[in-house]
Design a binder for this molecule. Structure first.
Ligand SMILES: [Zn+2]
Length: 440
């Protein structure tokens, strides 16, 4: 058993002084507030936050960072570059890239990641000898990096949607598709769970999955988390309206896909009816602020969704940035820009969104908070850096960046100490992995 003390810690009811706790069997225990440090306790050097959830990730998109800005364009031109990268990956290079990215995440303060996984098959679209070779590469990568993983295996069946219906797959998309829902489900059912790995389901989008399969997908998902890209771009809404005469949200609602186990990723371009449907079913909405601004997606109705009943979560999606504090701040700052008001979310709201609500959306309801019995996942943010010196402990999330993360503990295991991941430098791991991929 290890015992810790922090001068300030974020507990479910806010930032508290003099917090003492122990970790036993991977869980918090003996939590006390307003106490002095004991002689045998490890003193944490900064403000203690609960574990932070990365609600939406495509690990391999990290290979596009800093490489897609020369030609202008849009989400759709960016997607062509993403497809070119997807076409080059195999299980070995997928493992190297994902391991480096998960190490970068853990060092930045993420303690659990939801990997929205659609790159399943070989370059010709045929299953590998192990049909989950790519998923198993992600599981190995997360396990080595020490980060919790929810592998959200995505059903992907069509090449897009037009006014006349779903389009055939283009060559690179054949890697994503299992052909039909039954083959997707059988592959999903072969994925095993481990101590720090859980399995979830995903509908890639209403573009890539015809609505007449949604009932089967809902049954296949069962009690697992179910994630879906939703209304990231106006073109998706237009195509869905043209073919189905419904918004994407209405289409999911018609088929019973909304609910408290479902997370709508992005939820950017919504109607009033959509917001009511998402909130009324307690569907979570995962915002990805640094990606949404990078891809010129727009700013979704975050506050209105919360007011309607939808919990929010945060993700780094394409990893133009990997920094949970920047995502958390981005949510509030985008709201400020479109409303002319500060404090659309309180600091407590933002921490809850980044931690407990994210954990629940990824199928870890016993984590993301510092309470007795919860998973012992936590992050220590230095309060004496060039960015954070002078900040109030209860406002440190508005000042700190991932560079201020000093210690990360996941399931009681120290994964990051003195700002360094136990596997070494993520920069070196990324350079090696991306150099190899560039030569592939
Ligand atoms: Zn995504």
């Amino acid at each position: 058993m290890t015992s810790y003390w922090a001068a300030h810690a974020w507990l479910p009811d806010g930032c508290q002084p003099g917090v003492s706790f122990a970790v036993e069997d991977g869980r918090f225990t003996q939590l006390q507030i307003g106490v002095e440090a004991g002689a045998d306790q490890e003193i944490l050097r900064g403000v203690l936050l609960p574990g932070l959830a990365n609600g939406h990730s495509h690990a391999f998109h990290r290979g596009l960072r800093g490489r897609t800005h020369a030609g202008g364009g849009s989400f759709w031109t960016w997607r062509q570059e993403m497809y070119a990268l997807a076409a080059r990956l195999d299980p070995d290079s997928y493992l190297s890239v994902a391991r480096a990215v998960f190490v970068e995440m853990a060092q930045a303060g993420y303690t659990v990641v939801g990997e929205f996984h659609y790159l399943h098959h070989d370059q010709r679209g045929n299953p590998y000898a192990d049909p989950n070779a790519m998923g198993h590469a992600l599981i190995q990568a997360a396990t080595e990096a020490g980060i919790r993983l929810t592998l959200l295996d995505a059903c992907y069946l069509s090449g897009g949607l037009s006014a006349t219906g779903h389009l055939p797959l283009d060559p690179v998309q054949t890697r994503f598709s299992d052909g039909d829902v039954d083959h997707w489900q059988s592959r999903l059912d072969q994925l095993g769970e481990f101590d720090q790995v859980r399995i979830g389901a995903a509908v890639h989008s209403v573009r890539a999955v015809p609505a007449d399969t949604f009932g089967k997908i809902r049954e296949a998902a069962g009690q697992r988390p179910l994630h879906v890209h939703l209304s990231e771009q106006p073109a998706e809404n237009a195509a869905t309206q043209a073919y189905y005469r419904r918004t994407p949200t209405e289409l999911l609602d018609d088929h019973g896909l909304l609910g408290s186990r479902t997370t709508a990723v992005h939820a950017t371009h919504l109607t009033d009816t959509d917001i009511k449907a998402l909130g009324g079913t307690q569907t979570s909405a995962c915002f990805c602020p640094t990606t949404e601004r990078d891809l010129a997606d727009g700013i979704g109705p975050a506050r209105r969704l919360v007011d309607s009943g939808s919990p929010l979560t945060l993700g780094s999606d394409q990893h133009a940035v990997i920094d949970p504090l920047e995502e958390l701040r981005g949510l509030e700052m985008h709201e400020r820009l479109i409303t002319g008001e500060r404090g659309r979310f309180t600091p407590s709201d933002l921490i809850m969104i980044a931690s407990e609500d994210g954990y629940r959306s990824l199928g870890w309801p016993e984590g993301g908070r510092i309470t007795d019995g919860a998973l012992a996942d936590f992050v220590v943010v230095r309060s004496d850096s060039v960015r954070t010196a002078g900040a109030h402990p209860d406002q440190i999330a508005y000042a700190a960046t991932a560079a201020d993360v000093d210690q990360v503990v996941i399931g009681g295991q120290v994964i990051v100490r003195d700002g360094r991941h136990r596997l070494g430098s993520p920069a070196e791991l990324l350079t090696t992995a991306l150099d190899q991929l560039g030569r592939a």
